[in-house]
Design a protein around this ligand. Structure first.
Ligand code: MN
Length: 233
């Protein structure tokens, strides 16, 4: 096969405790998976009763990540870039119509992530009934720390998930507050698309989202999974 030009290389993330790197395929994100965040966004239907999960995506090459202090470029066309700290599920195997009982078997590991959001563009899209892509799926919008393999992290169902900006804690929640648990998310998502090894799933953010500006230092973590550090430049 003669390609017209070399294909763009896949984004990769380091695997903690090894020299392996995880090649990213697709990025899926769950919306409003913590009631306190749904409430702060004014989405009372999600906050007060468990609606079916809904998903949006980011391009695989929107992933920027690794260990140490990451540098993330402040994106264009926004005056209201928001942080959303999330636990990322990294798949090491694929499947369609995966059962809840089989879902954990697809998981390679977990990581701490930031679903960066141009909130002003997203808000305008919501108002007009337009897609969220340009509010959510811009370059470097999917920040991720190193992937902690299941052999190290197990399958965390509870534990602190937090984010500090310039040393001040802004988000401080617990994984147990997720309305849709990881296995439920995988089972539901796999009815809509076939999942494959390399897929990342951002599992939603707890309350406390807010704006960040160039120069800010974001530090976050998920108990039992790891930490994340990013400088907005
Ligand atoms: Mn999110």
């Amino acid at each position: 096969m003669n390609l017209a030009f070399p294909p763009h290389p896949a984004a990769t993330l380091p695997v903690a405790g090894s020299d392996l790197r995880f090649p990213v395929r697709r990025v899926f994100c769950v919306g409003r998976n913590y009631a306190d965040h749904a409430r702060e966004m004014g989405a009372m239907d999600q906050a007060d009763g468990r609606e079916p999960p809904f998903f949006f995506t980011k391009p695989g090459d929107a992933v920027v990540g690794g260990e140490g202090e990451l540098r993330v470029t402040y994106p264009p066309l926004t005056r209201n870039l928001h942080h959303e700290v999330e636990m990322i599920v990294a798949l090491g195997a694929g499947g369609a119509n995966v059962t809840v009982d089989a879902a954990n078997g697809l998981i390679f590991g977990y990581a701490v992530g930031l679903d960066l959001t141009r909130r002003d563009i997203q808000a305008k899209a919501k108002e007009k009934g337009h897609p969220w892509d340009m509010g959510k799926g811009f370059d470097q919008s999917a920040v991720a720390g190193a992937i902690s393999p299941v052999s190290a992290s197990g399958h965390p169902a509870s534990g602190r998930i937090w984010l500090a900006v310039n040393g001040e804690v802004r988000q401080d929640g617990d994984l147990s507050a997720m309305m849709w648990k990881v296995a439920d998310i995988i089972a539901n998502l796999s009815t809509m698309v076939r999942l494959e090894a390399g897929d990342l799933i951002y599992t939603g953010t707890p309350a406390g989202v807010g704006p960040i500006v160039p120069g800010d230092l974001l530090e976050g973590g998920v108990d039992g999974v790891g930490t994340l550090c990013a400088r907005i430049v």
